[in-house]
Design a protein around this ligand. Sequence first.
Ligand SMILES: NC(=O)c1ccc[n+]([C@@H]2O[C@H](COP(=O)([O-])OP(=O)(O)OC[C@H]3O[C@@H](n4cnc5c(N)ncnc54)[C@H](OP(=O)(O)O)[C@@H]3O)[C@@H](O)[C@H]2O)c1
Length: 305
Amino acid sequence: MKAIIATDEAAGTAGMTLAERPQPQAAINDVIVEVHASGFVPTELTWPSTWTDRVGRKRMPSIPGHELAGVVTALGYGTTGLSVGQRVFGLADWYRDGTLTEYVAIEARNLSPLPGDVDFTAGASLPISGLTAWQGLFQHGRLQAGQSVLVHGAAGAVGSIVTQLAREFGAYVIGTGRAADRQKSLEFGANEFVDLANDTLEEIGSVDLVFDMIGGEIQKRSAGLVRAGGTLVSVVGPVEARPADGLAIDFVVESDRAQLGEIVQRVRDGRLRTNIGNISTLDNAVAAFNSTERRTGKTIIRTHA
Ligand SMILES: NC(=O)c1ccc[n+]([C@@H]2O[C@H](COP(=O)([O-])OP(=O)(O)OC[C@H]3O[C@@H](n4cnc5c(N)ncnc54)[C@H](OP(=O)(O)O)[C@@H]3O)[C@@H](O)[C@H]2O)c1
């Protein structure tokens, strides 16, 4: 089967190539999924899980990509809950070969049914961004209606879903990003927008929750904006500055079938809009990931027609 492989950590996306790889085998509780569409987060090439297994042994060449939508073609020993021919979408294990390929072996529990009226491209754009937004807002951020949320990188893949979910649950959203992101962020529902290069972040006053997709100096300044009892949630690594009288947490998104169901239902009924910046093919994926053109939103790779 065809797959995108990575063999050189230092080379980043430039080191990816299209190659021929053996078909994956289904282990206990796995399914094999014929991948129709797949998403990729460029930073995953810097994560140790892309290059080793769970006990630290090298596993190269590695197939990147960890979110997918497709059709189940085979079941592993003892697998329940999904059937051959079923449309699915979900989040693949960080430490196994991923989804930028034609077929992937994946634990059934990492997948959720994809309703027939949601296309594969939309389905593949949701797992990482949707689950990260859901878990950051509701599990780690304990968002309540009426609270205010500062969303850094609000026009991006995660930020656009954070914005929409936070608004749906009754929060006031301040989005941030680059000057060019203002309109997009407001269209996704932000109540106001801070251009981080030209506006003064501190002028927004205090907030109940900071959802940080940027880190560094922006994160440090944001810790000081968290109200007493509030929370700073980071998805870009360990928190560098903590709120004086609040909580700080960094987390890595986990697979969750029920949450995937909540997210896809919102796409079906129009409460959530996807944020897809580019659609390419497996043959053109390396070029798509190395494009110098600035795009916001996910790049989705279509595999089987
Ligand atoms: N821990 C987890 O489980 C988890 C899960 C998902 C994502 N993440 C991480 O979260 C981050 C965001 O992911 P994503 O998929 O949402 O990425 P994305 O689609 O590229 O969105 C990030 C947005 O933030 C903007 N931005 C970045 N740095 C900025 C700065 N200094 N000033 C103004 N705007 C800035 C980006 O603009 P430009 O494109 O112009 O830079 C982009 O619009 C990534 O680092 C990713 O690895 C972590």
